[in-house]
Design a protein around this ligand. Sequence first.
Ligand SMILES: Cc1cc2nc3c(=O)[nH]c(=O)nc-3n(C[C@H](O)[C@H](O)[C@H](O)COP(=O)(O)OP(=O)(O)OC[C@H]3O[C@@H](n4cnc5c(N)ncnc54)[C@H](O)[C@@H]3O)c2cc1C
Length: 414
Amino acid sequence: MSFDCVVIGGGAAGMMAAIQCKENNMQTVIIEHTAKLGTKILKTGNGKCNFSNTFMTKEMYQDNNADYAVGIINRFNVDDTIHFFENLSVYKKERNGYLYPRSEMAASVALALTGRIQALDIPVFFETSVKRIDSAGSEYVLQLEGAKTNTIKTKTVILACGSAASPSSGSDGSGYKLVKKLGIKVVKPLPALTALESDKKNMKLATGVRAYGNVKIMAAGRVVAEDTGEIQFTDYGISGIPVFQVSRFAVRAMEEGQRVEALVDVAADISEDELVSMIKCAVGTRKQQSVSESLSGIFNKKLVIMICKDIGIEGNSSASDMDDDICQKLVRHMKSLRYHITGYKGNDYAQVCQGGVNVSELNDNLESVNNPGIFFAGELVDIDGRCGGYNLQWAWSSGVVAAKSAFDYCNRQE
Ligand SMILES: Cc1cc2nc3c(=O)[nH]c(=O)nc-3n(C[C@H](O)[C@H](O)[C@H](O)COP(=O)(O)OP(=O)(O)OC[C@H]3O[C@@H](n4cnc5c(N)ncnc54)[C@H](O)[C@@H]3O)c2cc1C
């Protein structure tokens, strides 16, 4: 069996790449080691699939590779993505720049892609893995396991195996092994967009609370990242979108052996002076109630109980005991809760990985510099974006660019 392009991995990036290849009349096959295409898409955006974002800047991608990411995205941008899905009858719903399918069903995005794959008659080898990729003159020979045929030949390969995040959706990190066998360097994959674990005293008292706040990550005494939004207080530490956004920096610093702390301001929208007067007013006018009751119009009661305990008072003590000094102390603490970070939720929980195929191994067309005809797409590459549709946009754009580059490569060979 001989193909123009073999796409390894049938997730967002791989399906997009295969569709583009076949639309360019390339003989294409998808090799997927699970029994389904696009499983991870179903989990995205809490089941609604935040597939892109109209606010697209370099800052939405991390580290030194942001320029590379944006260079690829500019070649198949957010508008192109919207049009692509509209052509498949998936219309957008926009909320503050965040793009979802109008149906708000992640399945609608996966179905549109699998429908197009069926319409284009692209073969998919399910439950098949690639054992080896060997160069044979101007072609590559792939040794397969699980398919009816053990060997296939192809002019080009697009590796789109995802990362190690969310292994239950198929991305179990096996793609990195294939990449390394080709002699291509991989930056150590680590969880990103994940929750942080802590040994902070009294933190369990606030379990289940969600509060608008600011979180700063301190590594070796320096602020390395910060974000603001709805923080979730859990029995193991902190979670929620702002924590996800800063987690990669905490994970990296911990990996480097640094002491990491998260400073949480649970009143990021209120100045210290304003908060002091609000609290004095609340405890002054509701003297007959407990501290946590009197402040319940400002903060969640459980949060107040934890914060009071931190500074040595009981949340159920009388509001009348709160003098000016205690109010000041409470506010200072509320604006700077200190969580010593002892760990992080691993790949089962993380939405993406930082790390992957080293961008220095690739040319501007997502092609391996040392293995011409081998291309990469999606999260397998060392590109990770913020929450907000940026990781799927990378998957769509890199899938299209890898496919176009594979097409150009085949044309040059003829
Ligand atoms: C819970 C959750 C929510 C998310 N929400 C969002 C969101 O709302 N917006 C957003 O932009 N991003 C979101 N993401 C991230 C986004 O889903 C991923 O970045 C994106 O799906 C990556 O696409 P991919 O094709 O590179 O990898 P994947 O989608 O992981 O696909 C890889 C495919 O390759 C297959 N595969 C792996 N190894 C092999 C192998 N060796 N041989 C054959 N097949 C293989 C896998 O089975 C899988 O089908 C979320 C992620 C998670 C886990």
